[in-house]
Design a binder for this molecule. Sequence first.
Ligand code: SAM
Length: 266
Amino acid sequence: MNRFTAPPKKNLGQHFLHERGVIEKIVLAVDPQPGDMLVEIGPGQGALTLPLLRKHGALTVIEFDRDLITPLMESAEGVGDLTIIHKDVLKVDFGKLAGESRIRLVGNLPYNISTPILFHVLEHADAIIDMHFMLQKEVVERMASAPGSKVYGRLSVMLQAVCRVVTLFDVAPGAFRPPPKVDSAVVRLLPKPAVEIGIADPVFFEALVRDAFGQRRKTLRNSVQAHCTAETILAAGLRPEARAEQLEVAEFIALANFLAAQQPVH
Ligand code: SAM
């Protein structure tokens, strides 16, 4: 019986997965283990929810669309222990949700807000073991790209600074109903331990990266002049004439830490 009668909502990025092979590949990639605290963002009509629940027995989901809450609850009856958080994912405190444990996040994300979701979950990276997300393929390419690539930018640096990014596989539009206009891809994100990240001042780091890519064709000496002079960039071991798109993630971190260490202590 199909309990989901409401038509898909475009403003909520609703493209529901229906291709069994793709669903199986995602569940296999997640590979839930006993004791894992699994959390799914945007369960929709349960394409991933029910197979994960069948395999793992318990799952927490975060869904914003009220029309989906009751049908989801009903479809999970007798399958497993489903906890539904009816809320905008951008308002969820993942640190609080994790409590004493750490969570494993899964989701076929609403593409219209995928970047804000990524930045939001990264704020709570220490509460997260790993993430498996379906995203627009173009976004996954930006996330995983290296210096010199046309798509290397703020998202690449901010993500790779705190996570290992592993591109898993592509998914064609026909796997969804309705099909999106773009290709998709599944990515695995593995947050690095804080000691490995080594960013002295995360707020400053974010501001520096934002400014550096704000005008990506400009040289560093111009794009980050609000934060430092060409001499300081040189002193940090970088070329003031380099452009942001040429800098390794580690070089951004080194520059930000060098500048942070020069700030007067209040
Ligand atoms: N997981 C389902 C699947 O694979 O078929 C649905 C995926 S659909 C691309 C995205 C889901 O995210 C929809 O169920 C949508 O209602 C939900 N969603 C959209 N914006 C949201 C938000 N701000 N917070 C939580 N869920 C949201």
